[in-house]
Design a protein around this ligand. Structure first.
Ligand code: 5GP
Length: 213
């Protein structure tokens, strides 16, 4: 029997701005053992209430670009004029310790993760409708009209990528949405691939040798 911990899995969550991903993912993480959220690097400035090393690792554009040149990102993308990326080392450290990791990243980043890590699971969080998203963005009341129109246009482009994702979770109600996302993770943790060595050793106790599919 192997004594090394099972390697964690990568879960990617993408959603348009205003779809409620921050709330949903933080509630999920708080209530699911063995699940962590990856901390991205970004070249954008911290917003009020955000802090370095908590919400993001805030770095200069120059530092970010030198990290790209040094091959330090699993994925990175430019979004609204700022650079965002997930560091390979941070990711591997968590996965090797056996934690499952949630990456809350945009569609461009999700595609790169899928390319480099075939077994990653891609989840798209959808608002219940375009109108509902517009209402939510307006009710936040912290964006100018022009900004809201830009976010809605970006949302149209992002939603067009939904067919590339493995799961779609609609955020019509936060509690229900968290439960659906939890169900995705529970199911993915029960696949034969995810169980890996654990399933193999149980099968071995029956005298059955697990064969790859
Ligand atoms: P915000 O500036 O509002 O925090 O994030 C803007 C967008 O960047 C969101 O869609 C968010 O999911 C995405 N994002 C955050 N971190 C990363 C990352 O590491 N990589 C990529 N590709 N996108 C990210």
């Amino acid at each position: 029997m192997s004594s090394s911990p099972r390697r964690g899995r990568l879960f990617v969550v993408s959603a348009p701005s205003g779809a409620g991903k921050t709330t949903v993912v933080s509630r999920l993480i708080a209530s699911m053992p063995g699940l962590r959220q990856s901390r991205s690097y970004t070249s954008r400035r911290a917003r009020p209430g955000e802090s370095d090393g908590v919400d993001y690792n805030f770095v200069s554009r120059e530092r970010f670009e030198s990290m790209i040149a040094g091959g330090q990102f699993l994925e990175w993308a430019e979004y609204s004029g700022h650079l965002y990326g997930t560091a390979v080392l941070d990711t591997d450290r968590e996965l090797e310790a056996g934690a499952d990791l949630v990456l809350v990243i945009d569609v461009q980043g999700a595609r790169q993760v899928r390319r480099h890590r075939r077994s990653s699971v891609l989840v798209f969080l959808l608002p219940p409708s375009f109108d509902a998203l517009e209402t939510r963005l307006r009710s936040r009341g912290d964006d100018a009209e022009e900004q809201i129109r830009r976010r809605l246009e970006t949302a149209r482009q992002e939603v067009a990528a939904v067919p590339e994702y493995d799961y779609v979770v609609v955020n019509d109600d936060i509690d229900a949405c968290v439960e659906r996302l939890r169900a995705v993770i529970v199911a993915e943790r029960a696949t034969l691939d995810a169980l890996g060595g654990e399933a193999a050793s149980i099968l071995a106790s029956f005298g059955v040798v697990a064969e790859g599919r």
